[in-house]
Design a protein around this ligand. Structure first.
Ligand code: FE2
Ligand code: FE2
Length: 144
């Protein structure tokens, strides 16, 4: 039996573009795998791999989404790029290299980032930008 995902997809997260929504789903899945690894107190390698996968996909998604906003001629790209950068920095800060080695975030810290930064960004910024586009610009697909 599949375990219940830690960050299940909800219809209210939907931005409306198929590719962006697929990528957002993948982000939540990867964040869920990392959560499972830290909550279970897995070893360094497993947590590090899950963390690296989430960072890599977050960067790929943000860059694909920025390309999409450019091709759709969105007027608020610079501000949106800044938000992407801030959210990425906050994710990177969940892994800390201290004098005694690498320390990863607690499950709660990760949940905070996912709910208050990542999901909040889908709902507040991505949806808003998408809805401000013209009908023609909305249909294009993007790749990550
Ligand atoms: Fe996004
Ligand atoms: Fe975004």
């Amino acid at each position: 039996m599949q375990p219940t995902p830690r960050f299940p997809w909800k219809s209210e997260y939907t931005v409306g573009n198929e590719s962006i929504d697929e990528q957002h789903r993948t982000l939540l899945e990867l964040a869920g795998l990392l959560h499972m690894a830290v909550a279970a107190g897995q070893g360094y390698k497993i947590i590090q791999n899950a963390f690296a996968a989430l960072v890599k996909y977050t960067e790929e998604h943000f860059s694909a989404e920025e390309q999409f906003w450019i091709s759709a001629k969105s007027s608020i790209l610079d501000q949106h790029k800044r938000l992407h950068r801030d959210i990425t920095q906050e994710l990177l800060a969940l892994r800390f290299e201290g004098p005694y080695g690498v320390v990863f975030c607690t499950p709660n810290e990760l949940t905070n980032w996912v709910e208050h930064r990542l999901i909040a960004h889908f709902i507040e910024e991505d949806q808003r930008v998408y809805r401000s586009l013209t009908q023609g610009a909305r249909k294009k697909r993007t790749t990550a």
